[in-house]
Structures are given as C-alpha cells and as structure tokens.
Design a protein around this ligand. Sequence first.
Ligand SMILES: [Zn+2]
Length: 137
Amino acid sequence: MLAFQEDISLAAPGVPIQFDSARMRRGSEEISLKRVYSAETLVQVVHVQNLLAANGIVAELRNARLGGAVGEIPFLETWPQLWVAEPVFDHAMRVIESRDSQPAEASEPWRCAGCGETIEAQFSHCWNCGAASVASS
Ligand SMILES: [Zn+2]
C-alpha cells in the first residue's frame, strides 16, 4: 500500500493516471481510438486490417472472438471491429472507402488532367487533347 502511494506521488499533480494492464498512461500521452470499420465476419475485418497496414495504418482488432455473444449487447456491437488512433482516422476511412469503390478490374472511367474530359477506362490517352492517362503511366 505504501509503495503504491509512492508511485502516485511521482506523477505530476492533477494528471490522471490509468493502469491499462502492463502499461500506464497519463495525461496527453493517452491516444484515443475510434472505430473505423466493422463487418459481420472476421475474414472481412482482417482483410481491411491488412489493407490499412499496407497503407501504414495500425488498426486494433476487437471482438475477434465475440461473434457468438447474444443478449444485452446490440447486434452490431458484437461484430469484429477495427479501431485506429484518432489522428489517422480520416486517412483510414479514405483507404476503406476507396477499397469499397474500386472494382477488381480497372473499368472505371478516368478524368483527363489536361482538359477534364471523362475517358473510358480502355483508352490510355485522351481522345480530346491526347494527354496520357495518369493511372496508366
Ligand atoms: Zn484531354
């Protein structure tokens, strides 16, 4: 008990201390996490986790083994979830959204950087001004 009180006295006055398993966080060193993705199956969530990792974003996986939970917990809350640090949340959302909007094949039309014309995906150059597609270069 005395040792515990000595530890507390080492902290700066007024700075709250949290004991999180082996780690101790205090004040501004604590990073808040935001839920960035949730899906019904663990496979989907791990896929997105890998996608984020490929973009340099570390995502924390939660509820990996909670799939069978029922009762008081809202249904969606039992799905596997990905949480990221708040500073990279927007970046992570963009990565996930671009994944959802990109088909497996490159069939999306592209917009010419030279004249703004929309060009079908099978053409590598703008029919209007002749500029090359940025994506194909
Ligand atoms: Zn053009």
